[in-house]
Design a protein around this ligand. Structure first.
Ligand SMILES: *Cc1c(COP(=O)(O)O)cnc(C)c1O
Length: 436
């Protein structure tokens, strides 16, 4: 593995195509994979791991679900890319609309980054305003405007933002502490007439899992409406993963009225493992996009036939039973994790957003919970690296960063869950004996 990694580093920056894969925050050599099936990934030496990354979300049904693979193979026989409209795109848009009634129109892109970037452009086009508001620790992809105080790999690398972002782009982005309704009110009181939109993760899971306080999304909705700004709900991670209608659908079942945003973004699960993402919303806003309206957006591979086939097959297979299974598997892993950490007397807090969860270590997190990025960074993150490597040694692949959620799938069966449970006690001991 070391030799492959060394060669990779010679020809690819950091040896990886996306930073968090480089094991920067957990140390050691990244595991190069050659295959993935069901709940497992297989490395280039043929070693199999139970996978709790699930490609960072897309593998809701498990890796390489036979019906999804068959749909992609069938599509491939008809051509890889046309650069012309297809009925498959219409079918996928209809499937999304069937789950998300306010998503009257859908525009397909290839990545979550493009989806949020385009949603911001629509918001600016719709309002004629420049300023956007985002929350610290929320990750919305790597477009310039959205890299300030971002979660995910930016958090893992401990960066305030990114080099190469112009001051003008940074100046037009206001960053507010997550779950801080008063701070958001103050920003709107001061600059409300300049604000095009507030973008928020429906339930943040890129600074660890930090769910919205009850009513927080509703506060965003109320303030944006009062000030003529748009609300963009980023469900790239949560959409079609935490429930059939994403976090938006789940809030209703949590006893809250679902907060309907102006625009919503999807990625990850909606592409079933292939590069596909989307933004969606009411016709009057979506029709601002070219060719109907003045907001330009385009993509050579947008709505790619293989990606649409994977998305359609995945959504068709993602029945309520799938979500019930993933919820149950997630709770089982959480329970086993809590038991292992309790056994070694390690204070911790497991936070959830539907079937997504992550674990914060330390007395402070255990006592008060983690409600924002500052608190997430203040937790005892140093305990994660030895924990992660103990799990990896035992054949369980966790996300290689404490700031990422753990992902289960419908393919995580009893055998896979048992392997996780068996690996946890040694990992908990490793975490407990870690020193900062
Ligand atoms: C992953 C993610 C993105 C970016 O999607 P990419 O496909 O990696 O560009 C945007 N928003 C959220 C909430 C995400 O989790």
């Amino acid at each position: 593995m070391e030799e492959v990694y060394r060669h990779a580093c010679e020809v690819i920056p950091g040896g990886v195509s996306s930073p968090v894969r480089a094991f920067g925050s957990v140390g050691g050599t990244p595991v190069f994979l050659s295959a993935a099936r069901g709940p497992h990934v297989v490395d280039i030496n043929g070693r199999e791991y139970v996978d709790l990354v699930c490609s960072w979300g897309p593998a809701l049904l498990g890796h390489a679900h036979p019906e999804v693979v068959a749909a992609v193979q069938e599509a491939a026989t008809r051509g890889l890319s046309f650069g012309a409209p297809t009925t498959a795109e219409v079918e996928l848009a209809d499937l999304i609309r069937g789950r998300i009634p306010f998503a009257e129109k859908v525009r397909f892109v290839s990545t979550g980054t493009e989806a949020t970037m385009t949603a911001i452009r629509v918001a600016r086009g719709a309002t004629g305003r420049d300023v956007i508001v985002k929350f610290a620790g929320c990750y919305h992809g790597h477009s310039d405007a959205l890299l300030a105080a971002a979660g995910s790999g930016v958090a893992t690398a401990g960066l305030p933002g990114s080099a190469g972002v112009t001051q003008a782009a940074a100046r037009d982005t206001i960053v507010v502490e997550y779950n801080d309704a008063e701070a958001l009110k103050a920003v709107f009181a001061e600059r409300g007439s300049e604000i095009a939109c507030v973008i928020t993760e429906a339930a943040p899971a890129n600074m660890g899992v930090v769910p919205p306080d009850p009513g927080f999304n509703a506060t965003i909705r109320r303030l944006t409406l009062e000030h003529g700004a748009l609300m963009i709900l980023d469900e790239v991670l949560t959409g079609f993963r935490v429930g059939p209608a994403g976090w938006w659908g789940n809030e209703a079942s949590l006893g809250e009225a679902p907060v309907t945003p102006d625009l919503v973004t999807y990625g990850k699960v909606v592409g079933g493992g292939l590069p596909l993402a989307a933004l969606a919303g009411p016709s009057e806003l979506m029709d601002l996009l070219a060719p109907v309206g003045p907001v330009y957006q385009a993509g050579t591979l947008s709505g790619n036939p293989l990606a649409t086939a994977a998305g359609i097959a995945t959504l068709r297979l993602a029945h309520n039973a799938v979500y019930a299974h993933v919820d149950r598997a997630s709770r089982q892993v959480q329970d086993a994790l809590a038991a292992a950490l309790d056994e070694v007397g390690l204070p911790h807090r497991i936070q959830t957003a539907g079937n997504l969860f992550s674990c914060f270590f330390g007395e402070e997190a255990a006592t008060h919970g983690v409600r924002n990025y500052d608190q997430a960074k203040a937790a005892d993150g140093f305990r994660y690296a030895p924990f992660f490597h103990a799990m990896l040694d035992a054949g369980v692949a966790l996300p290689p960063s404490v700031f990422e959620a753990w992902f289960l799938s419908a393919a995580h069966d009893d055998a896979a869950l048992n392997r996780i449970a068996e690996a946890l006690p040694a990992a908990a001991r490793a975490a407990a004996s870690a020193r900062p």
